[in-house]
Design a protein around this ligand. Structure first.
Ligand SMILES: [Zn+2]
Length: 75
């Protein structure tokens, strides 16, 4: 069995889409403000910010930062 290039590319895209994107705290803190604002107004989270959501679920430090931001934004 041999795969053509477009098929192979498609498979790689699927793998990428299903794997959570690992980001570090620096990246998270840079974008967490945008994430908090979107959440606050009830807008859907774009694909690019899904990694933030995922990072917040595993990182206590960034989640604290996020919660503080939410409180600050609500005022
Ligand atoms: Zn973090």
């Amino acid at each position: 069995m041999s795969l053509s290039r477009p098929e192979l590319q498609k498979m790689l895209d699927v793998v990428r889409a299903t794997q959570p994107i690992e980001i570090d705290c620096d990246v998270c803190l840079m974008q967490v403000g945008e994430f908090a604002e979107l959440n606050l107004v009830g807008k859907p989270i774009p694909e690019g910010l899904k990694a933030i959501e995922q990072h917040l679920s595993i990182c206590d430090e960034c989640r604290e930062e996020y919660e503080m931001l939410c409180v600050a934004l609500r005022k």
